[in-house]
Design a binder for this molecule. Structure first.
Ligand code: G6P
Length: 475
């Protein structure tokens, strides 16, 4: 198969070198139409960027990533105190690597194969080529003995590729999504290259102990790694494999939640949803791992069990569009929209919808106001690396009110044990949890919320980044 040759990115031709290099699929910026139609860069939303941007800025670091558009990459540029080093990705590579291997092979496989993963060799070649280009850009950017921190499932070959070019640098890798057990991982035709790719790092971080244990087991069985617990040995090198649960910027979110403007926005939302109605909320990317369909089904049964509840409660589902060119995502959208329609058709009234469905990205302040307005937050993924929505909700509940219904299969569950934990496949169990949340005794609710807030306050996203980098700096 003919592989398109992309020119080496201008980033890898620049002379400058940085002591800290972050490598992630996308840059911490996105292009937006500004005044007069002129396009300009602005900071990308999201927890990872807000966590890593200050650290990168303080260290005088650079960030290697894709700009979001196909073809030639723009040259290196500064934005908000960080040097961005864009890597070129062609249209064919977006299809084969990002939409193919990343989101139709690895994404479903790593999420308990809740959809059938597809394995195509013509996709894999693109994944290898993209990883090679990122590794070359990182190698060119890193100063002598620099720290290079590689992120997520798009770039699992980069640690080893980078080590081959730059054996002097310290390499960290963090996987933001779950890492599957052996019986699923072994299906992957490229299991060997991926394990070896990851083992090129000095420190490999996972969201949970379970994910770290899955990886250690596979590294020993399939990649000749030796050693116990967190410390593996491969090819005469030490590799540390540990859980570093990611988090949110608790202080910042707590602060936004306490603003008078947020309180009045939350009050306005509540009155528009129907004064005195109990508000259930879901906030997810429109992704089949998030369990939105089963959650809606459970809410439909909750209303069917007691029709009066349709007047006393209301459900708001925010669904952020995602990966819309992929068939499984289009199918999920149809399913969710049919369910919303059927619940509203059956239980709604004129001026009194049972479910409000917002398929869009909300500005952060608006999201915090919604969290403040919600009596019951539903976070019920079938599988999830961590789920930061759960931690964000908890961070906004400054008065210890509100209930969190949380899937046992979210990476956040082992930390947020005080949530009402559910099995998202058990629709009746979820309906019961909704009833329980509605009638939760105020003192018990406050005790649970206090415990969860303590957990998030003690391990913020800043602590997470410091903990990981601390291990990476320790030789
Ligand atoms: C997950 C992944 C991230 C990814 C995000 C959004 O959280 O771990 O790496 O950026 O989903 O997905 P998208 O495909 O839109 O970047």
């Amino acid at each position: 198969m003919f592989l398109e040759r992309m020119p080496p990115s201008r980033a890898s031709r620049s002379r400058q070198r940085w002591p800290l290099v972050i490598v992630a699929n996308t840059l911490p910026v996105r292009r937006r139409a500004g005044r007069g139609g002129k396009r300009r860069w602005e900071s990308a939303p999201g927890g990872l960027v807000s966590a890593l941007a200050p650290i990168t800025r303080r260290a005088g670091g650079a960030w290697v990533g894709w700009s979001g558009s196909a073809g030639r990459a723009p040259g290196p540029f500064e934005h908000a105190g960080i040097t961005n080093l864009p890597v070129a990705v062609s249209a064919a590579e977006i299809e084969g690597s990002y939409e193919g291997v990343c989101n139709r092979t690895l994404w479903p496989l790593y999420h308990d194969a809740v959809r059938q993963p597809e394995y195509h060799r013509h996709w894999w070649r693109h994944y290898v080529a993209v990883n090679q280009r990122f590794a070359a850009a990182a190698a060119a950017a890193a100063a002598r003995k620099a720290i290079v921190w590689v992120h997520d499932y798009h770039l699992q070959l980069v640690p080893q590729m980078l080590r081959e070019i730059r054996p002097d640098v310290r390499i960290g890798f963090f996987l933001h999504i779950p890492f599957p057990p052996e019986e699923l991982f072994v299906h992957l035709p490229w299991r060997g290259p991926i394990l070896r790719g990851l083992l090129g790092a000095d420190v490999i971080g996972f969201q949970t102990r379970l994910a770290a244990a899955n990886f250690r087991h596979l590294a020993r069985h399939l990649a000749n790694a030796r050693g116990r617990e967190a410390h593996l040995h491969v090819d005469g090198r030490a590799v540390e494999v540990q859980a570093f649960p990611i988090s949110v910027d608790f202080e910042h979110i707590d602060g936004v939640a306490r603003r008078p403007g947020t309180a009045s926005r939350a009050a306005a939302l509540r009155s528009r949803l129907g004064q005195g109605r109990r508000v259930f909320l879901g906030v997810d990317r429109l992704d089949y791992t998030k369990g939105i369909d089963l959650r809606l089904k459970a809410y439909g049964e909750f209303l069917a069990n007691d029709r009066r509840l349709a007047k006393e409660a209301v459900f708001v589902q925010v669904a952020v569009p995602s990966r819309e060119r992929i068939a499984e995502y289009q199918e999920l959208r149809r399913t969710v929209e049919e369910l919303v329609g059927s619940i509203n058709g059956r239980f709604g009234d004129v001026g009194n919808a049972a479910v409000h469905y917002l398929r869009r990205h909300l500005p952060f302040e608006e999201l915090v106001a919604l969290y403040r307005a919600a009596d019951v937050m539903l976070v019920t993924p079938l599988a999830d690396g961590m789920n930061l929505v759960a931690k964000e909700y908890v961070s906004t509940r400054t008065d210890d009110t509100g209930a969190l219904i949380l899937s046992e299969f979210a990476g956040a569950a082992p930390e947020l044990k005080a949530a009402l934990l559910v099995n998202p496949h058990d629709v009746s169990g979820m309906t019961e949890a909704m009833e329980r949340a509605l009638h939760l005794d105020a003192a018990e609710g406050a005790r649970r919320m206090r415990a969860m807030r303590r957990v998030v306050r003690r391990n913020t996203v800043h602590d997470w980044a410091e903990a990981f980098l601390g291990r990476l700096r320790a030789e």
